[in-house]
Write a protein that binds this ligand. Sequence first.
Ligand SMILES: [Zn+2]
Length: 432
Amino acid sequence: MDQWQPSQQYNSGNSYNNATVSGADLLSLVQRNTRLRRVASTNGGEWVGACPLAGCTSDDDAFHVWPDHPSGHANWWCRACNRGGDTIAYLVAIGELSEREAAERRRQEASRDGRSPYQHAQMRGVRVERPLEPATDSTPPSAEWQARAAAFVDYAESALWQAAGAPGRELLARRGIADETAMAWRLGWNSAELRDDPHRWGLEGDAVWLARGLVVPCLVRGAPWYVKVRRGSSDYVYVKGRGPSGALYGLDLLSGRPAAVICEGELDAVLLWQETGDLVDVVAIGAKASRPALSFLAHLAGASLWLLALDCDAEAEAGRWGTFSDRIRRMRPLVGNDVTDYAQQGGNLRAWVSYYLAIGDGSTTQPGGSDIERQAEALLSEDWRAAPTAWAQAWAALAERAGWPCYGFASWAAWAEDVAGASTTQLGLWRS
Ligand SMILES: [Zn+2]
């Protein structure tokens, strides 16, 4: 325990920026068409006004712009017409760029460093500092506990990438979690059961038992709020002295996306972030019945849609969330019980999330929508890996026909290209 080494540093950097134009450009572009006023300094500053897009019946403050978003993406969102995206998406929405021109522009962007948007999302690992209000209804662990837990997390993180960490890396590979993703979430491996002096944790009584297994730290501004160890196939234990305590897992990786997905399990959130973190923010509550503190949930306030991806067997808990806020919409894995099950059985997480983003506010359902929804759910239940390109094209065709907005891509055709391009990586990942 005393030979803990300093953790390795992983600086994957913030090189992901989808637009050639800066945030100031987005702001001035929008201001050509509508009057905006600055309403908040959070997320680099937020501006609102009436929606300038054709066909929208917004009131005076439905249209939101974050020109200097800390993620590096200037972005916008209209809560009335449910359209949003980056600067290129805005140019498409007002008719200054065609879909084809926008796709070309995105290709140029992507080719600057030879990576696809999918790979950018995977490699991103950006840690965004968000101002954290003092928690009024949830208090941090003691300073002693946090310091000792931080040392354990550092030790386990370092161990995961050494020879002794092989079982941990195999476990992550089986769950489809890439190395870069594990690094961004600071996962670790404890290769031998340990018993530590409780006084070092600010505790009295029995030794602090540190189980062998995958170490999953819940960090708030880099400091541990709780630490779980995953033993065996599904058993999690909290490191003594600290239960869930109202914390939200994933707070440090929020980047102000217009929608957030709330998962049950931490590793489900990690996988979903890897696959769709360029489209949505992702957090986990850690257990079905957890009720995160309001002071933590407030960090999702910028997201106008909260997709609740609790496990399929959590209907009662999901119902309670439904009455908590009208931003919430339930999102069920179509195969298996949880997000990871679904992905392991061939569910395409990008299509799944895109589908709920498109239908999320319930206002975009087309005439004959129920038939389209049945077809969508049939496609989402298929194992997309059997024929990735054909599957992605079938999805894109359905989405075009339904008229669903495509977040994060210029068009569903561009989306299908990205999915097909990513399939080699993903197939390798899932089949290893
Ligand atoms: Zn609008």
